[in-house]
Design a protein around this ligand. Structure first.
Ligand code: ZN
Ligand code: ZN
Length: 332
């Protein structure tokens, strides 16, 4: 068995914001072993690639990586989606579905859904290209460095991104290079908002106008709720029609109101929904209330499938105060 212990010591630490899977693939590539051979050498029987490794990383893998590469434990932990516990969500659900974490649709070693996003410009320009933890998150739909909307599939064949299957940046399905691809420019309000969100995820306080001091988890829960209301359900078309007239939303018809899981929306759809959200958040809660009243989306629709005790107060309070027009009235 080739442990290549000596080589590990010169192997790279994770880059800033790098995903565990990305880091591990890079390390294995430098040993000259195949990825699966390398993982089998060190963690035999664990089937690391038959799971969402970044979501459900065995402790022994993290420990080995920390020890063999001389990387501090907290830096190793930060390569997993656990990094967002306490800011994005209260708890990451390793075996299930974590709110606002895009699912990659694990099927053996295949990936069935477009859960891993990327910026082709970043992959092209970075001296050592890598995939970022942020690219797994629903509220992240743009690259704030390049001002573009992210992609979440191969530009040629639309296959989900699966760097562990191909040659890292080469599509395993059709052989296209993820580098050197064109992106759509992102809306400046969305870029500004996402820049702020990334700061909050990194530990800064929420200081978006009107939300100073809001607990990060509550702020993200509010955003998640608004994404849901603007992208699914029987009333979302009413809301979108009004928002289309008031802000610069395009391409909003890409997904249907029957979409069950907002976490599978394309980056382009999330980006367009975020344009609407940055508008609704202005002067909170008055523009939100006025828009929802205009669209006749009242309390029961705004709170649909959401128990009051689970609703973020910043959403619940104005919704209860101003959208509870007539709790006994039937659908209007
Ligand atoms: Zn970029
Ligand atoms: Zn392809």
């Amino acid at each position: 068995m080739k442990t290549r212990a000596g080589l590990w010591l010169i192997h790279p630490k994770p880059q800033d914001g790098e995903l565990l899977s990305s880091w591990l693939i890079r390390i294995a590539a430098m040993t000259g072993r195949s990825l699966h051979g390398f993982c089998d050498d060190h963690w035999r029987g664990l089937n690391l690639w038959n799971r969402d490794l970044d979501h459900l990383a065995p402790e022994v893998v993290l420990e080995t990586l920390a020890k063999r590469t001389g990387t501090p434990t907290n830096q190793v932990q930060a390569t997993t989606l656990n990094a967002f516990e306490g800011t994005l969500v209260p708890r990451v659900v390793p075996n299930g579905s974590t709110a606002m974490v895009r699912p990659i649709g694990v099927w053996h070693r295949e990936r069935k859904t477009h859960g891993l996003q990327y910026c082709s410009h970043c992959l092209t320009e970075d001296q050592i290209p890598y995939f970022k933890t942020l690219w797994r998150l629903l509220p992240v739909s743009t690259c704030t460095r390049h001002g573009v909307i992210l992609k979440s599939s191969c530009p040629r064949c639309d296959a989900p991104v699966a760097p562990h299957r191909g040659d890292f940046l080469i599509c395993h399905h059709c052989g296209s290079d993820l580098r050197g691809q064109k992106h759509e420019p992102a809306n400046s309000n969305v870029l500004q908002f996402q820049h702020h969100l990334q700061g909050v995820l990194a530990g800064n306080p929420v200081c978006w106008p009107g939300f100073h001091g809001t607990y990060p988890i509550a702020f993200f829960a509010l955003i998640n709720r608004l994404v849901l209301l603007l992208s699914t359900g029987a009333r979302r078309d009413r809301l979108l029609k009004i928002l289309q007239a008031r802000c610069d939303i395009e391409g909003i018809t890409e997904f249907t109101s029957k979409t069950k899981d907002t976490k599978t929306l394309s980056p382009r759809s999330v980006h367009d929904v975020m344009i609407g959200i940055t508008y609704l958040l202005r002067g909170w809660p008055w523009i939100f209330i006025a828009t929802f009243l205009d669209a006749k989306v009242y309390w029961s629709w705004a709170m649909k499938d959401l128990k009051p005790q689970n609703a973020p107060y910043v959403f619940f309070q104005p919704t209860k105060a101003f959208l509870q027009i007539d709790p006994n009235a039937k659908d209007r």
